[in-house]
Design a protein around this ligand. Structure first.
Ligand code: PLP
Length: 414
């Protein structure tokens, strides 16, 4: 029998479970720190002074509210439903990640911590954390796999200029999952004065809850903005899922409505090739980063490397609340390949003069495919989670980039 989302009244429960997922799979030494964090978050998230400061930093420093833009030329070209873009690319540092880092670093500040640490893969979360740490005059150390340090040189330089120390992680494959393990291990040794800033709705309780709460401003704004412009709710929301925070941020304020929700995972070279990051479509239940969810793993439980042209979706896990939404059927999860994402990247840039992040381009693929199937009176909101300048070299350097033709890939007439 299928579980219904309404069977779970308050999510997560007291131990951080979203149905069978989530929880706190960490060593004993970290439990007191997680409990202290949970208490501080519970207290501050009800404190009008904290809420006021959070909102005003988001407004004056991060540039919120971000625009909701109807992509008229893209919609006309595609035909069918109207495509609206929630412009997180316009937020400070160029993506939605700033909403969460403002929340967590402000909380760290309120807890009297002097230092923040973070893990990063592509460097986007590291940059967002280093940015807000600079804003608060806090020390910042970022754990990064040695392989990623080599691949993401511009972001490493940005973090250094922001005053962050980069800690190179050489264990394993020298990528994100190794940086996460190392950051958790390091935190155990310095919980007294250090706050660990996690970059998505992942990790042990209370992180998935806390990050959702900091990111839900995306959906709250979008809901109000579309109501002002059309007088109604959208018909469909689409967002890319890496760890799942921009998707959760957009979806959560609509969870109790009839609005359709689709999360788009990176299908990389294709789901059947094994070279992808599609935890929900192709992974299995396991424990990663202190929480139970769908993960990419080998038969004997070793975490597998994820693969995607988009560095931000290249994560072998997914937030536990998404795992529950999948099981309940409240959200559908589909995949978009590297080539499809690159086609959407080209098409939005050409038709609207907006260059999307490659992560966001995955959401656009599904939005374009869905718009074509739907009548003109329907409205689709896509989370344009970030700007694409950071991806230019990666995109244009992709094999046969010039031959990727959006009109052919999406079946459009030019
Ligand atoms: C990091 C990132 C993502 C993926 O992370 P989520 O937690 O799934 O949102 C998506 N888009 C952009 C622009 C990113 O930087």
């Amino acid at each position: 029998m299928k579980t219904l989302l309404s069977d779970f009244h308050i999510l997560p429960d007291a131990d951080g479970h979203f149905g069978p997922f989530g929880g706190r799979y960490v060593g004993e030494t970290l439990m007191p720190a997680l409990i202290a964090l949970e208490e501080a978050f519970d207290r501050e998230w009800k404190n009008p002074d904290f809420l006021h400061e959070f909102k005003s930093i988001l407004a004056d420093y991060a540039g919120r509210p971000t625009a909701l833009y109807r992509a008229d030329r893209l919609s006309a070209l595609v035909g069918g439903a109207g495509i609206w873009l929630k412009r997180e690319d316009l937020a400070h540092t160029g993506a939605h990640k700033i909403n969460n880092t403002v929340g967590q670093v402000l909380l760290a500040h309120c807890m009297g911590k002097k230092r923040v640490i973070a893990e990063t893969g592509a460097g986007q979360h590291g940059v967002a954390t280093a940015t807000v740490a600079a804003r608060f005059g806090m020390e910042c150390a970022v754990f990064m796999g040695c392989e990623d340090i080599r691949r993401q040189a511009p972001n490493v330089e940005r973090m250094r200029l922001l005053g962050a120390e980069i800690i190179s992680v050489k264990s394993g494959t020298g990528t994100l999952k190794d940086a996460m393990n190392e950051a958790l291990r390091h935190w155990t040794a310095c919980v007294e004065d250090t706050f660990y800033v996690i970059g998505s709705v992942a990790g042990p309780h209370p992180y998935p809850l806390m990050v959702r709460e900091f990111q839900k401003i995306i959906g709250e704004e979008a809901r109000k903005q579309l109501l002002d412009k059309t007088g109604g709710l959208p018909d469909l929301l689409v967002a890319a899922v890496g760890g799942g925070s921009n998707a959760m941020g957009l979806f959560y304020p609509f969870i109790d409505t009839g609005v359709e929700l689709i999360g788009v995972e990176a299908a990389g070279e294709g789901l059947e090739t094994g070279l992808h990051a599609a935890c929900l479509s192709r992974g299995s239940v396991g424990v990663l980063h202190g929480s139970k969810s769908y993960v990419l793993q080998t038969n004997d439980g070793q975490i597998r490397e994820a693969h995607s042209v988009s560095a931000g979706l290249d994560y072998p896990g997914i937030g536990p609340e998404h795992a529950l939404f999948k099981e309940c059927g409240r959200v559908s999860y589909v995949g978009a390949t590297d080539r499809e994402a690159l086609a959407a990247f080209k098409l939005l840039t050409l038709t609207e003069g907006i260059m999307p992040a490659l992560e966001s381009s995955h959401a656009l693929v599904t939005a374009i495919q869905e718009a074509r199937k739907r009548p003109e009176n329907q409205n689709i909101i896509v989370c344009l989670s970030g700007r694409g300048d950071k991806d230019m070299a990666n995109a244009t350097g992709y094999r046969d980039f010039d031959k990727i033709d959006p009109f052919t890939i999406f079946g459009l007439s030019s």
